[in-house]
Design a protein around this ligand. Sequence first.
Ligand code: GLU
Length: 299
Amino acid sequence: MSIASCKYRGRFAPSPSGPLHFGSLVAAMGSYLDARHNQGEWLVRIEDLDPPREQPGAAKRILSTLEAFGFEWDGEILYQSRPDRADAYRKALHELSEQGSTYLCSCSRKEVNEAGKMGAEGPIYPGTCRKKPSVQQSARTIRIRTMACNVGFHDLIFGYVKQNIFAETGDFIIRRADGLFAYQLAVVVDDAFQKITRVVRGSDLLLSTPRQIWLQQLLGLPTPVYAHLPLVRDSLGRKLSKQSQAQPISDRRPLPALLAAWHFLNQVSPENEPENLKIFWKWAIEKWDITRISTDMIV
Ligand code: GLU
């Protein structure tokens, strides 16, 4: 399908660090239905920016699972590993450094762990290299300067969310010590490049959003509307993730898994079990109601 100029455009952006699990199915379903219910487009982007964390063949497997489950995406899949994307991230980095918004940092992870207070998203960077600039040769990462003010947004599920990034995460990394661009920078550049207007994803990324908005503001990019979905947890209350060895979803019986994801998102129950995927999606697109999802579901 080709991409028309559309006001409503959502996306699903998995990292190929493993096959899809039930939590990622929920995120894919939420973003897909949000877009389609609103006659919008839905794009898929493979966030393959971190080769050490990737699993060979995972991107292909994710896409074939999406197909087996009846998801239909618009346009070409965007791979972050595409050479033009690296150029775009480099350009954004250049723009930020020209503004004086970045600095080089030579602190190791261990030094940050020892010097920084613990925040909700890991150790808060205490600004060591901002106060005492490091010499270029030993610089490891590039950080973005943050300010001690609140960055807020209205989340469709969580309501108003605000964060003082300076106090709660500190100046954060946009290019890593190994030379790779950080997720926070790439996601902002690509959401703008793909003209994404709605970001529906798991609430593990809720606290990343103020950092993304901060970068959007510095780069003069638009801010999409955000909705963060409740996280699927295992019986021990841990978030399902590829790292925690969550079971991959099987491509063989998509309908029961889709219905489970639908129920997880607190959507209205069908009167009769849908007979096939086509019937399920047609019905689900019509019945989708994001207002049925609430933070009460988030434990
Ligand atoms: N690639 C990220 C992940 O798989 C998701 C990024 C996003 O939706 O912003 O967790």
